[in-house]
Design a protein around this ligand. Structure first.
Ligand SMILES: Nc1nc2c(ncn2[C@@H]2O[C@H](COP(=O)(O)OP(=O)(O)OP(=O)(O)O)[C@@H](O)[C@H]2O)c(=O)[nH]1
Ligand SMILES: [Mg+2]
Ligand SMILES: [Zn+2]
Length: 321
């Protein structure tokens, strides 16, 4: 119902956040009208440490003025999220008040994009994402892009470990357009957030899925071997083949949030069958005698690199406390 205030028509509209760039948001209402929302006067009872608004959020708006290019509005409330992709902010780099950055909200799948070569494939990063997906009950998909550069099969070799864990893996070369059809099928019917290091090809792949160059992409820096950050905003896009994808800026680090030291062990799924055999029910699988998880690492039933990831993560969570 519309209310009149100072001669301006104000009506309640509900919609979804489809783009986030700094403190500026684009919200699409259920009829397809897009509003630019610069100010947020939202109230929500949830965690004050978290980003108030993220791409994928369902919000309620007050339409305030008709802007030049699009109507402008104010976000007045944010619905509770059914899921989220978030990470702990590096407060040394970012002076934001929010300790936890919500990268995307209300997603079904987490698409972890890595590249076979340049930037190098990082197992530690994959393990962090897998732990997060497990804790948030998101379906993880690992996209290994730039397979055209994996001439000696190194990346394929590394990924065998994750194949063994039963991960959903999609090998892609955006350059040679291989693996794209398979990925399209995986994405149909779901909301999927793409995340990964800068320069792995997230935007390039999404452009291919869209069939047009909607997103800016860029050359990886040859000098440093590190990706230059090209994408600076998070955008949700509908795919012609079904499903929606969220392109996000590349990350340097994916620091876990919302996971305690005690709970970490439950998010390494291959540890679970051995855990009941540990002598202590509260075994942290580090120094305790009679640890079945450590025995399984020694006998090769659990991959040493995964166990190392567990120890590193445990240490990083310890430092945070
Ligand atoms: N050889 C090769 N290069 C690729 C492939 N896919 C993407 N690239 C190149 O990788 C570079 C980075 O691609 P982007 O799509 O901008 O990477 P991004 O992951 O979106 O990076 P950010 O936006 O910074 O997070 C571009 O120069 C692409 O042309 C591929 O399959 N093979
Ligand atoms: Mg990008
Ligand atoms: Zn143990």
């Amino acid at each position: 119902m519309g209310t009149k205030s100072s001669g301006v028509e104000e009506k309640a509209v509900s919609g979804m956040v489809v783009e986030v760039a700094g403190a500026s948001y684009l919200v699409e209402d259920d009829g397809g009208v897009v509003y630019r929302c610069r100010t947020v006067s939202a109230t929500r009872s949830a965690n004050d440490d978290e980003s108030l608004v993220a791409v994928g959020d369902r919000v309620e708006l007050r339409h305030s003025v008709s802007g030049k290019e699009m109507p402008e509005a104010v976000i007045v409330s944010v619905e509770k999220r059914r899921s989220q992709l978030c990470r702990k902010r590096d407060l040394r780099r970012n002076r934001s008040r929010e300790k936890i950055q919500v990268i995307a909200a209300n997603i079904d799948q987490l698409v972890v994009v890595v590249s076979a070569f340049e930037p190098p494939l990082s197992q530690r990063l994959i393990d962090r994402y897998l732990v997060f997906a497990e804790s948030e009950q998101l379906h993880p998909v690992i996209v290994v892009n730039k397979m055209d550069l994996d001439e000696d099969g190194t990346a394929k070799g590394v990924m065998q470990l994750y194949e063994g864990l039963g991960c959903h893996i999609c090998y892609v070369s955006a350059c040679e357009r291989t693996g794209i059809d398979e990925l399209r099928d995986i994405l149909a019917g779901s909301v999927s957030a793409f995340s990964g290091h800068s320069g792995v090809g997230k935007s390039t792949i999404i452009n291919l899925l869209l069939g047009e160059e909607r997103l800016k992409t860029s050359e990886t820096s040859i000098k440093t071997g590190k990706g230059v950050h090209t994408t600076s905003r998070s955008v949700m896009l509908a795919l012609p083949s079904g499903g929606r994808v969220i392109d996000t800026p590349g990350i340097r680090e994916f620091s876990l949030s919302g996971i305690s030291r005690e709970n970490l062990r439950f998010y390494f799924s291959e540890f679970l069958p051995f855990m009941p055999e540990c002598a202590f029910s509260s075994c942290s699988h580090t120094v305790e005698p009679g640890c079945a998880v450590r025995d399984a690492v020694e006998s090769g039933l659990i991959q040493p690199s995964r166990y190392e990831s567990y120890l590193l993560l445990l240490e990083s969570l310890e430092e945070d406390d």
